[in-house]
Design a protein around this ligand. Structure first.
Ligand SMILES: Cc1cc2nc3c(=O)[nH]c(=O)nc-3n(C[C@H](O)[C@H](O)[C@H](O)COP(=O)(O)OP(=O)(O)OC[C@H]3O[C@@H](n4cnc5c(N)ncnc54)[C@H](O)[C@@H]3O)c2cc1C
Length: 161
């Protein structure tokens, strides 16, 4: 069902894909938005046990879109190095396709703690009563990856850059 990459020599290994998803801090989540317009929205995320998690408000355009259709994709740009003299960029990126699910109750805790650790290491104690309230207020989205690919510029694949 998912397409093969046409320029397969430029594809990245599963290990490289994991590294890219782990080391980056933002990507663009694409959902089927209002009136069938694709809605591509930038988000911070955490990659955890093969899944991707986002936090944010419990309402809004992306939440409504996911509730209507759970099929989404998420793109992370790892590198975009402009090489002007070669009229190209030495790029590296990952695209994940999968199903998004809005998490409820206690299942939000682990990804929320991991998000806090990634973005504010050592600054947040999720067990504090004040912070525990955030668990109720915050929206958590889980992206269960069905297909993921990574691609790099031909020059990087040839060992340049
Ligand atoms: C690098 C980065 C990281 C971010 N990380 C997070 C995160 O972890 N969690 C989070 O909730 N939000 C994050 N944001 C903000 C995020 O992009 C959205 O603005 C936010 O999630 C609200 O989305 P929504 O669909 O609920 O907005 P809504 O207000 O419901 O969207 C309504 C309309 O507002 C416009 N809009 C919404 N967001 C944007 C935007 N970013 N740029 C331009 N127009 C916009 C669109 O036209 C959209 O149709 C991040 C943004 C950036 C750039």
């Amino acid at each position: 069902m998912f397409r093969e990459m046409r320029k397969s020599k430029q594809s990245l290994s599963a290990e490289e894909i994991e590294q890219i998803l782990s080391r980056n801090t933002a990507g663009v989540l694409a959902v089927s938005g209002d009136e069938d317009y694709p809605y591509a929205v930038p988000l911070s995320y955490v990659y955890l046990n093969g899944k991707i998690y986002f936090h944010g408000a419990k309402v809004g355009h992306k939440i409504d879109s996911i509730l209507r259709c759970d099929k989404v994709s998420f793109c992370v740009i790892d590198q975009d190095k402009i090489v002007g003299e070669e009229y190209t960029t030495y790029f590296r990126s990952v695209i994940a396709f999968g199903r998004a699910r809005i998490l409820e109750g206690e299942e939000k805790r682990k990804p929320l703690v991991e998000l806090c650790e990634k973005y504010y290491p050592g600054h947040l104690d999720i067990t504090e009563p004040k912070v525990a309230g955030a668990l109720e207020r915050v929206g958590l989205i889980e992206l269960d990856i069905e297909h993921v690919t990574g691609k790099q510029a031909a020059e990087l694949a040839m060992g340049k850059g």
